[in-house]
Write a protein that binds this ligand. Structure first.
Ligand code: NAI
Length: 332
């Protein structure tokens, strides 16, 4: 059966790694009809918006999207396409699985952490103002609705993926009302999942323990800001940007995207690493129940990395994106 999936090739290295991932998926025998939707700076010039309505409509229709990075101008220009997409589609859960890949040297082995970050509120709600020249304020919004929804997502994920523990992360000793409410919601949801251990931890203590003993953590659920920071920390634990995958999940659709940006410094040089986008695609295939094919691609990818002969420069090799892609295809 052919599934239609929206593909946003992005810009910078986005089109190169998208094309690599499309080739690998096709070689694995998965029938996908890619609904290709451009977005970003070039589109803004041609169509007046970096995220035209057709992109939103396509994702709403297909319910699934694979998205490569899109450049965001810093300090000026249009608003981040990524943030706008999350808001337009109410993609309330940001999922970042961080698991060691054999062959990539990291300080720790056996890291297998899933970060579940609330994606819609907290200090990212955008309610801030300058009071006068010397004072500014940002409002941290935490609601029962969003906290319960993300806690439910984290526990459902844990239950469906044979996970044992969910840690709710906060700074409720200081932010007693806002983070206190977040914890209250997590604790209340946890009662519906007696098979999963529920624990609470303060975010500062968590960071310290993550860099000393990351193996003791399983699923983490966090409000937006702590989730943003901690998920980059956990990405660092497993080898950094080139291998860090992510997904933004809503009630009706899901957008799978790597953590890294558009890497303009290596654009068009045939040396971008498509691994993070490929891991996103593998997760996406599992999401649409193409589990066997997803596993087949994952096995081939991990074999190539463990073997270590054909790797892109960021992983310490000399292979081009094309050579690395071909090597994965050979290993399917
Ligand atoms: P970046 O992640 O694009 O690059 C940081 C460094 O990592 C660069 O040296 C780059 O060459 C390297 N790198 C990143 N991905 C790589 C890959 N797949 N293979 C090999 N090397 C890789 O971060 P930067 O430079 O801060 O951002 C560039 C642009 O990307 C900005 O406009 C930023 O706003 C945007 N961005 C977009 C994201 C998205 O669309 N989801 C996420 C993060 C940033």
């Amino acid at each position: 059966m052919t599934t239609t999936i929206t593909l946003i090739p992005g810009d910078g290295i986005g089109p190169e790694i998208s094309s690599a991932v499309q080739k690998i998926i096709k070689a694995a025998g998965v029938e996908i009809d890619w609904d290709i939707q451009t977005a970003g700076a070039d589109v803004a010039q041609e169509e007046g918006s970096p995220l035209p309505q057709r992109v939103i409509d396509s994702i709403k229709k297909n319910k699934i999207a694979l998205k490569a990075p899109v450049t965001t101008p810093i300090g000026k220009g249009f608003r981040s396409v990524n943030v706008a997409l999350r808001k337009e589609l109410d993609l309330y859960a940001n999922l970042r699985p961080c698991k060691n890949i054999k062959g990539i040297k990291t300080p720790f082995d056996n890291v297998d952490i899933v970060v579940v970050r609330e994606n819609t509120e907290d200090l990212y709600a955008g309610i801030e103002r300058k009071i006068d020249e010397n004072t500014a304020e940002s409002i941290k919004i935490i609601t029962r609705k969003a906290s319960t929804r993300i806690a439910r997502y984290a526990f459902d994920y844990a239950a469906a993926n044979n996970r044992h523990t969910v840690h709710a992360v906060s700074k409720a000793n200081i932010c007693k009302f806002s983070d206190g409410l977040f914890l209250e919601c997590c604790k209340s949801v946890s009662k519906d999942y007696p098979q999963i251990e529920y624990k609470e931890i303060l975010v500062d203590n968590l960071c310290m323990q993550l860099v000393q003993n990351p193996q003791k953590f399983d699923v983490l659920v966090l409000p937006n800001l702590y989730g943003d920071i901690v998920s980059d920390l956990t990405a660092g634990l497993i080898g950094g940007l080139g291998v860090a995958q992510g997904a933004n999940i809503g009630e009706n659709c899901a957008v799978f995207e790597p953590v890294h940006g558009s890497a303009p410094d290596i654009k068009g040089q045939n040396k971008a690493n498509p691994t993070a986008l490929l891991l996103c695609a593998i997760n996406m295939l599992k999401h649409i129940n193409e589990t066997d094919k997803a596993q087949k691609i994952e096995n081939a990818l991990f074999r190539v990395i463990k073997d270590g002969r054909v790797l892109t420069p960021d992983l310490g090799g000399t292979a081009t994106t094309d050579e690395y892609t071909e090597e994965i295809i050979k290993n399917l």
